[in-house]
Design a protein around this ligand. Structure first.
Ligand SMILES: [Zn+2]
Length: 476
């Protein structure tokens, strides 16, 4: 853990971006997020890594967002190692994915068949290198800066989110941050944090695109200048652009496809711009950085089978009692034949909690969530239903009531993608289904298991409250 020390050093910032679009002409690119074997036919708009570095006191925090479905913790640690070698002054690096459903498979689950990985090792190496190089470049371009913080929960935001599973709890909050050059007043970067699955183009589209986050960044970069960085938030349960109806102001018709993605992005960009216009200017003086390695119980047989089939290409080895556990049993799986079925208990992951202080006062917070968290775990509203598998499970601790400032940046898919984080009381993998529905609800199939959310939330809340309850968890 790194705690704050006040210094007179100026607040510094820098930002940059780089293209991470796969080469669809010379390689077969499997697209992530819907069914297997969706091969990219072309590129509509480029995918980017966008990094923002903020140095306060003697610590530099770098926040990178990638237009991808998710990156596994193994990739993030590899990127951190490469960056650390070149720029040891970076105190902490976060890499989060926008959860784009219209980009390449960077997890492995969306290959030509369920038995074959969608990962391209050559692309993954290049990708990790592009992210690391961008982070390094940004850390070397730091300049004196000012910070403006904004937030919004304007009702239009929740109209851009469809929610397909009870309880119908959304996360409409938008948080924005702008850094301006001290010398010129020009915008160096804007950062936006809001929650919605980028799947506007749907499962039929075969053109690579960053979906609505492309248009959020496009809008802000054209209006304000500098580099725009978008971070997704609590998108489980399932907050999505799919079921959203938007009227095109130019035609009066309901928008669909590319135009719909553009309109959603523009609206989110406009809300962020307005939030910053009425925002609060601050002069940060130091960071508090807390990071914790966590172990998340994996129950999902689909994830274990994928590992047995080599879908993750060596990533995501399981752990038991905090140690690597490569053990397996011989098992015959219908449709797949005999496999080495892994028997370790947990996935290793990480949660982070950061505070930015101005004159000793906490002014903004950053939390990383290593997956797609159900909004009721963030905002409250966990509900007990007829049909739940664990009707008496105690509710997990809720995130926002533990946060200390009005500016609560919750970075979904931060440093990892463990799938859905579902409240245990709402877990429903066995009939009868929640609320007596005649078929299963969507969610559990893409979750590590019923205890995953508890492992993340309990560790996170302990990390947040560490300063108030004696010594905190081990330093990262
Ligand atoms: Zn998802």
């Amino acid at each position: 853990m790194v705690e704050a020390r006040e210094t007179d050093q100026p607040f510094l910032a820098a930002a940059s971006s780089a293209v991470i679009t796969p080469d669809v002409r010379n390689a077969t690119v499997y697209m992530a997020g819907f069914d297997n074997n969706r091969v990219a036919a072309g590129v509509h708009d480029d995918l980017y890594v966008r990094c923002l570095a903020l140095r306060a006191g003697e610590r530099t925090v770098e926040l990178c967002s990638v237009d991808l479905i998710g990156l596994s913790y193994d990739d993030v640690r590899r990127i951190r190692k490469a960056v650390q070698r070149l720029v040891p002054q970076i105190t902490h690096l976060i890499v989060a994915s926008t959860h784009n459903h219209e980009g390449p498979d960077t997890i492995g689950l969306w290959g030509p068949t369920p038995a074959r990985s969608g990962l391209d090792p050559k692309y993954m190496d290049w990708l990790d290198g592009q992210i690391a190089q961008t982070a390094v470049r940004v850390a070397r371009e730091l300049q004196p800066a000012r910070l403006v913080l904004g937030r919004s929960h304007c009702p239009a935001l929740s109209l851009l989110q469809s929610d397909s599973r009870p309880p119908y709890v959304k996360d409409p909050y938008l948080f924005a941050l702008e850094v301006q050059s001290w010398a010129t007043g020009k915008v160096i970067a804007t950062l936006v944090n809001w929650s919605d699955h980028p799947e506007t183009l749907g499962s039929e589209n075969t053109w690579i695109t960053a979906d609505y986050p492309h248009w959020v960044c496009h809008y802000l970069e054209h209006r304000l200048g500098g580099v725009a960085v978008f971070f997704n938030g609590s998108i489980g349960g399932l907050l999505s652009t799919t079921g959203v109806a938007i009227q095109d102001p130019e035609t009066g018709e309901l928008a669909s496809g590319w135009r719909k993605a553009e309109l959603i992005g523009e609206m989110v960009g406009q809300v962020a711009e307005r939030a910053l216009q009425s925002g609060e200017a601050l002069q940060p003086s130091s960071w508090i950085i807390r990071q914790k390695t966590i172990f998340v119980p994996v129950e999902n047989p689909r994830f274990r089978l994928a590992q047995a089939l080599g879908i993750f290409q060596g990533r995501d080895v399981l752990y038991t009692a905090g140690r690597r556990d490569p053990s397996f049993v011989e098992k015959s799986v219908p449709g797949f034949g005999p496999v080495h079925y892994p028997t370790g208990r947990d996935a290793r992951s990480e949660v982070d909690y950061l505070q930015l202080l101005s004159r000793g006062r906490p002014t903004m917070e950053i939390v990383t969530i290593p997956g797609e968290i159900y909004p009721e775990l963030v905002n409250g509203g966990i509900t007990r239903y007829f049909g739940a598998d664990y009707p008496d499970a105690p509710p997990e601790p809720i995130l926002r009531p533990h946060l200390k400032t009005p500016y609560q940046f919750i970075l979904g898919l931060g440093n990892d993608e463990l799938g859905y984080l579902i409240p245990k009381a709402e877990w429903d993998n066995q009939p009868p289904w929640l609320q007596g529905r005649n078929k299963r609800w969507y969610g559990e199939i893409n979750s590590a298991g019923p205890d995953a959310a508890g492992a993340v939330m309990e560790n996170l809340i302990r990390l947040i409250e560490a300063g108030q309850f004696g010594p905190g968890p081990a330093a990262g």
